[in-house]
Ligand binder design. Structure first.
Ligand SMILES: C[S@@+](CC[C@H](N)C(=O)[O-])C[C@H]1O[C@@H](n2cnc3c(N)ncnc32)[C@H](O)[C@@H]1O
Length: 222
């Protein structure tokens, strides 16, 4: 079977799934490309495809039925709001992947899932579009610990991938730690771009982001 063609961003998220899970949730899955790649390499016992748009999910279901008919039917399609994710029992290992949505919505979704499943060993693999600082602050506040993190440049865009778990004791840094390779020009350029973004906000005078600027400046001298 031909492998699905993934963008560099989805490819890296796929690579960051380094162990087998009972359930992997490809949330906000759109056309389901990431979940399909995970399904092809059997990264989870059941791969769940979740999106709120009915027509998209009907299309995903149709394609999966053709590509992975019984007995390879280890997938499920859910048309629903990710805030209402129906996770499996807490004894089962589960990874919730959310990528390609804004940081504000991502924070809201993660907060709701964490609140709904206080006893699950939750693991999230997150790749927000913008507002990663806010996402990181929220992950800290929720008590989730760092498993892995990466920074990727693709098509003039930068993406932070953050893998966290309830049972990792490594604190999530608000600016990122292991992902930075500041000897690489693209990482320097992302750091400068991020700093300039917050410096413009500070100059605008409507929000005090001096603590955020200081946090990113600390990386420059590290
Ligand atoms: C740009 S696509 C991201 C696709 C893929 N995850 C990626 O990273 O390339 C965003 C998707 O999020 C879905 N979405 C937005 N809010 C949602 C929510 N609360 N629950 C489920 N799906 C949602 C949209 O319908 C859309 O298909």
């Amino acid at each position: 079977m031909a492998e699905v063609k993934l963008s560099a961003r989805l490819q890296l998220i796929n690579q960051m799934v380094t162990r087998h899970y009972d359930h992997i949730w490809d949330c906000c899955c759109d056309h389901g490309l990431l979940g399909t790649a995970l399904l092809q390499r059997r990264a989870g016992h059941v791969i769940h495809f979740v999106d709120i748009v009915e027509s998209l999910m009907a299309e995903v279901e149709h394609k999966l039925t053709q590509r992975f008919p019984p007995p390879d039917h280890n997938w499920q399609v859910h048309c629903l709001d990710v805030a209402c994710l129906p996770l499996a029992a807490k004894e089962q290992s589960q990874l919730v992947i959310i990528a390609g949505i804004g940081g504000d919505l991502m924070v809201e979704l993660v907060q709701k899932i964490v609140a709904a499943y206080p006893e699950h060993n939750l693991e999230f693999l997150l790749c927000p579009v913008y507002h990663t600082y806010k996402v990181r602050v929220s992950l800290q506040a929720l008590g989730l610990g760092l498993v892995d993190e990466r920074l990727l440049q693709d098509n003039q865009q930068y993406y932070e991938m953050i893998h966290v778990s309830r049972y990792s004791s490594e604190p999530v840094s608000v600016t990122g730690t292991h992902m930075w390779q500041l000897d690489r020009p693209e990482h320097q350029s992302y750091l400068q771009r991020t700093l300039k973004h917050y410096q413009r906000i500070q100059q605008g005078g409507r929000r005090d982001v001096s603590n955020i600027i200081t946090a990113y400046q600390t990386l420059l001298s590290a």
